[in-house]
Design a protein around this ligand. Structure first.
Ligand code: AR6
Length: 176
C-alpha cells in the first residue's frame, strides 16, 4: 500500500456527523439547500449556512466554494457542484474529477488537514456509483501522490452498495 492510499479512509455513514476540519457538499449551482446530502448539511449547519451561501452568488459545475460550518462539528464546508449524468459523453467524467481537484485546492488554501467527501453526483444527479467512485478514488490518489496534505481523506458512503463500490475502486487502485 502506498503512502497515498494509507491516507484514504472509506466509511459508511452520515457526513454531517463527522468531526473533521471540512466536509464537502454535493451542491447545486445556486448553492441552495436542496435535497440529498446538501439538504442534510444545511439542516445540520443551520440557517447561517444558507445566509453565507447566498452571498457567494452561485458556483459553476466543476468548481468549488468554501464557507464556515456553523453548527456542524466540521469547521468548514466546501461546496462543489458535480455534473448531471447525461450518459457519459458530455464531459461528465472530467467535470467530476474537477470537483475533487477544486475542493482539494481550497482545502490546501485553508490548511485543512482532514476532509470528508460524499459521492458527488451519484445521487439526484444520476452518475452511476461504480463510475463515480472510480473517478473519486483515482483523482484523490493522484493528488495525494504530489501533496502532503490533507493528512486524512474520508469517503463517506451512504449505504452498503455505495460502500462496496468504493472498496472495489480502492482495491483496483492499490492493485494497479
Ligand atoms: N451523508 C453522506 N452521504 C449522503 C447523505 C449523508 N447525510 N445523504 C445523501 N448522501 P446527492 P448529487 C449520498 O443527491 O447527486 C441535491 O438536491 C447519496 O446517497 O445528495 O451530487 C443538491 O442540492 C448519494 O450517494 O448529490 C443538488 O441539486 C450522494 O450522497 C443535487 O441534489 C450524493 O447524492 C446534487 O446531486
Amino acid at each position: 500500500m502506498t503512502k497515498a492510499t494509507q491516507q484514504i479512509v472509506i466509511v459508511q455513514g452520515d457526513i454531517t456527523q463527522l468531526e473533521v476540519d471540512a466536509i464537502v457538499n454535493a451542491a447545486n449551482e445556486q448553492l441552495m439547500p436542496g435535497g440529498g446530502v446538501c439538504g442534510a448539511i444545511h439542516r445540520a449547519a443551520g440557517a447561517s449556512l444558507w445566509e453565507e451561501c447566498r452571498q457567494l452568488k452561485g458556483c459553476k459545475t466543476g468548481e468549488a466554494k468554501i464557507t464556515k460550518g456553523y453548527n456542524l462539528a466540521a469547521k468548514w464546508v466546501i461546496h462543489t457542484v458535480g455534473p448531471v449524468w447525461e450518459g457519459g459523453n458530455d464531459g461528465e467524467d472530467e467535470l467530476l474529477a474537477s470537483c475533487y481537484r477544486r475542493s482539494l485546492a481550497l482545502a490546501a488554501k485553508h490548511q485543512i488537514k482532514t476532509i470528508a467527501f460524499p459521492a458527488i453526483s451519484a445521487g439526484v444527479f444520476g452518475f452511476p456509483m461504480a463510475y463515480a467512485s472510480k473517478i473519486a478514488i483515482a483523482e484523490i490518489n493522484k493528488y495525494l501522490h504530489s501533496h502532503n496534505s490533507p493528512e486524512q481523506l474520508i469517503f463517506v458512503c451512504f449505504g452498503q452498495s455505495a460502500y462496496d463500490c468504493y472498496l472495489k475502486a480502492m482495491q483496483e487502485i492499490t492493485e494497479s
